[in-house]
Design a protein. Structure first.
Length: 110
């Protein structure tokens, strides 16, 4: 299930931040709401605050700073590294709606 994959990614990211004070320092003043919309499944909301990602919740609507749209196969392919993020972006299998600063931040989170 895609929700389990998101939870695993969030847990891995939070462990990484705990072990790397430099990453925590870089992210400590950032607060972002991230929406991950799976075109063939559900939409999830994750919040970045004080260098910590919240667990995904099934939500959509409302203001978000970053909106990521993809399908579950592409997302899982990105996780397994079967497809690169640039290829997914150029083929429009992955769409990220965010400011340039937030797109660069996403590289840090993923």
């Amino acid at each position: 299930m895609i929700e389990d994959t998101l939870v695993s990614m969030v847990e891995r990211f939070n462990r990484h931040v705990q072990k790397n004070p430099g990453v925590l320092q870089e992210l400590k003043d950032k607060a972002r709401t991230i929406e991950v919309c799976f075109t063939d499944d559900a939409t999830f909301r994750i919040t970045l605050k004080d260098g910590h990602l919240s667990m995904p919740t099934r939500e959509d609507g409302g203001k978000v700073d970053v909106k990521i749209t993809t399908d579950t196969d592409t997302f899982e392919g990105l996780i397994r590294k079967d497809i690169g993020p640039m290829k997914a972006l150029f083929t429009k299998k992955l769409v990220i709606n965010a400011s340039l600063e937030d797109k660069l931040l996403m590289r840090r989170l993923l």
